[in-house]
Ligand binder design. Structure first.
Ligand code: IVH
Length: 666
């Protein structure tokens, strides 16, 4: 039997190792429950042998008693802030200033995300965390050591060897979007105040005098730089310093790259901007830092910011504006959606005049009224939404919103289906709104892709009586279309040609185009792999439930759709007009069928989205992260940490040329 000392040491070693794999490598090898079991084992041993407890034991993250106040900390090296750039031109001007000063043709930068959190300084002496401080005004901050110790991604002791005697690590403390939402749900349940956003929640959590409270808050840390270094030499490039910090157990964002010149900086900015809404945490821009530390030293500082770094800000995703009115829109499936008409406001980089309120429950929960001042949000490509109203700004005479009992377009009764959030118009395709929306959907890009046939034109064709359903599109006559307002010969010709081109389609696209309730792109694709059209028409609910991802509700929608005589006759009419596809089964069952791909880095000849679409259309799956179930990793330029992970799991790695070969062969 090993001595208690060595048992304790071994448990700590294992816990530290797993924590490092989880927080720094993003590659855990044991489930959380196993970690908890080891942790409890250590707690029990330490309880029986209190003399063996050390401050850097993983059980010692929460100290004993609350503080009465925070003490001040003077930063030996001031914590600076960053200059901002708001456009490509301003980024270009920064790069030019750097090149001119250094008399260098091309500069290498470390490109990082700008985390929307709080800057923190961590001081390690002989490898142990001895002090953590907020940035404060850059010269003087507050000592928040006991709170910072509760953050599990911050090592209490550095790993490995070769670290300086004194090392100050700087980085950001923040909350993930999901952590923030869960915290707010808990706060609401306990009748506590809600936080406005993840940044405020992180700040509020760090300012707690009682570390027990901080310990319950889902705080995270990522390192982005260093301050004091004494007693060892660090690498001569910022990027390599960050990699070295990782080996000592400090987490660094996986979205950190070394780039050359302004073009690559702009490329990085665009890539991150397009993924912004999918990232687990909020960012408000990207940061570029001159990579060579000698060059950094040569550039120096101006007042509060270094000349060697720049923050390129993204447009804010939230803004405050006035709700002019609340209207009700009718969608393709009859769902009534309350929509706020807004006083125009810039948010997420565009001017927004409408924001969705989702459904009646949401309006009630948020109590949004015409006349209110509200926070609106637009993140990525998602539809702008009203986040909340500002109660103090409500005028005296406002009325609570209520859903109409009848469809505002066709007057049919509106009904709420048991267990659904949506209230629906019962008018079906007799409802003008539903009929128009179904035609718009049929023509949309992911469906039959009829170029130029958008909302305005469909409404015009419908209102003039030329097109009442999708089949009517195929009976349109040139002269009648040309005679429409704002049309003319050329436009009519273009439209008819686009309708003709759209006739060559794929079976899954055609199925999607029909607009069967809850049959999205993926379901349509799965259906197309299993059935031909005739088989589908007579498929039972049971047959359909055998298809991947199809449950009884979707199956019933499909059965009901194909039992409807009117739908069948419209489909017949469309097929007679010449809409056609190749046999989907033969076209799609290939050796990529069922294989899982992950893509990392930049591809030169196509975007990641295109690559994904082309793989998926050949029956493959494309996943966002590498795991034991991954079959191939496609690695482009500047691959991220996924490449290391794939290597460690012995996953076959393909380069862009190999990918193109596969795509061309099939
Ligand atoms: S570097 C001298 N890198 O942004 C360089 N800061 O506007 C100082 N921030 O106080 C900071 N992500 O709180 C740096 N990757 C990143 C960052 C970052 C977020 C924050 C930090 C700083 C503020 C400056």
């Amino acid at each position: 039997m090993a001595s208690v000392e060595s048992q304790i040491a071994e448990l700590r070693r294992q816990l530290d190792e797993h924590s490092y794999r989880y927080h720094v490598l993003d590659d855990p090898i044991i489930p959380d429950a196993e970690y908890d079991r080891l942790y409890k084992e250590l707690v029990t041993l330490e309880k029986d042998h209190p003399e063996l407890v050390t401050p850097d034991s993983p059980t010692q993250r929460v100290g004993e008693s609350p503080l009465s106040e925070f003490t001040e900390v003077t930063h030996e090296i001031p914590m600076l802030s960053l200059d901002n750039a708001f456009s490509d031109e301003e980024m270009g001007a920064f790069d030019k200033r750097v090149r001119d000063r250094l008399e260098f043709a091309e500069i290498h930068y470390t490109a990082e995300v700008k985390l929307d959190g709080l800057a923190i300084s961590l001081l390690y002496e002989r490898g142990k965390l001895v002090r953590a401080a907020t940035r404060g005004d850059g010269t003087t901050g507050e000592d928040v050591t006991s709170n910072i110790r509760t953050i599990k991604s911050i090592p209490l002791a550095l790993r490995s060897t070769g670290y300086p005697d004194r090392l100050e690590v700087r980085g950001e403390v923040f909350m993930t979007k999901s952590g923030f939402e869960e915290l707010n749900i808990r706060q609401e349940e306990q009748g506590e105040k809600l936080f406005a956003n993840p940044r405020n929640a992180a700040a509020g959590s760090l300012r707690q005098l009682d570390p027990m409270i901080t310990a319950r808050r889902p705080l995270q840390f990522l390192a982005h730089g260093i301050g004091i270094v004494e007693g060892a030499t660090l690498p001569a490039s910022h990027f390599e310093v960050l990699q070295t910090l990782k080996t000592w157990g400090l987490p660094v964002s996986a979205d950190t790259e070394r780039v050359a010149g302004i073009e690559e900086c702009i490329g990085f900015y665009r890539r991150i901007a397009s993924r912004r809404s999918q990232l687990p945490h909020e960012i408000d821009g990207v940061v570029f830092k001159v990579d060579d530390l000698k060059q950094q030293a040569a550039l120096g500082f101006v007042t509060r910011a270094p000349r060697w770094a720049i923050a390129c800000k993204f447009p804010p995703e939230e803004a405050v504006t006035e709700v002019l009115d609340i209207e009700v829109q009718v969608g393709r499936t009859g769902a009534l959606t309350p929509v706020a008409r807004l006083k125009p406001v810039r948010v997420g980089g565009v001017t927004v005049t409408n924001a969705t309120l989702h459904n009646a429950d949401e309006v009630q929960r948020k109590d949004v009224r015409a006349g209110d001042t509200a926070v609106v949000r637009r993140a990525g490509d998602v539809i702008p939404e009203v986040v909340r109203v500002i109660p103090g700004k409500r005028p005296e005479t406002t009325e609570p919103f209520s859903m109409p009992a009848r469809c505002p377009v066709c007057g049919s009764p509106a009904e709420r289906v048991e267990g659904e959030a949506a209230v629906r118009c019962t008018g079906g395709l007799h409802c003008r709104a539903q009929a128009i929306q179904s035609i718009i959907h049929f023509a949309s890009r992911k469906a039959l892709d009829i170029e130029g046939l958008g909302e305005k034109l469909v409404e015009q064709l419908f209102n003039t009586g030329l097109v009442r359903n999708i089949a009517d599109l195929y009976h349109l006559e040139h002269d009648k279309v040309a005679a429409l307002e704002r049309m003319g010969d050329k436009s009519a010709e273009n439209l008819l040609r686009a309708i003709e081109t759209g006739k060559n389609t794929r079976f899954d696209k055609f199925l999607y185009a029909l607009g069967i309730r809850e049959v999205g792109e993926t379901t349509a694709r799965n259906l197309a792999l299993h059935f031909q059209l005739d088989e589908l028409k007579s498929a039972t609910q049971e047959d359909l439930c055998g298809v991947r991802d199809i449950g009884p509700v979707v199956a019933e929608n499909i059965v009901r759709f194909f039992r409807d005589e009117r739908n069948l006759s419209i489909i017949n009419e469309v097929l007679t007009a010449g809409v056609r596809w190749e046999d989907a089964k033969e076209q799609q069952v290939t050796h990529l069928q069922g294989k899982t791909f992950v893509i990392t880095g930049t591809l030169a000849s196509l975007s990641r989205n295109e690559a994904k679409e082309r793989l998926v259309s050949r029956g493959a799956k494309v996943s966002g992260s590498v795991s034991g179930r991954t079959d191939y990793l496609i690695a482009g330029e500047n691959p991220g940490s996924k490449l290391d992970k794939a290597r460690s799991l012995d996953i076959e790695i393909l380069d862009e040329a190999a990918l193109m070969q596969i795509l061309e062969k099939l």
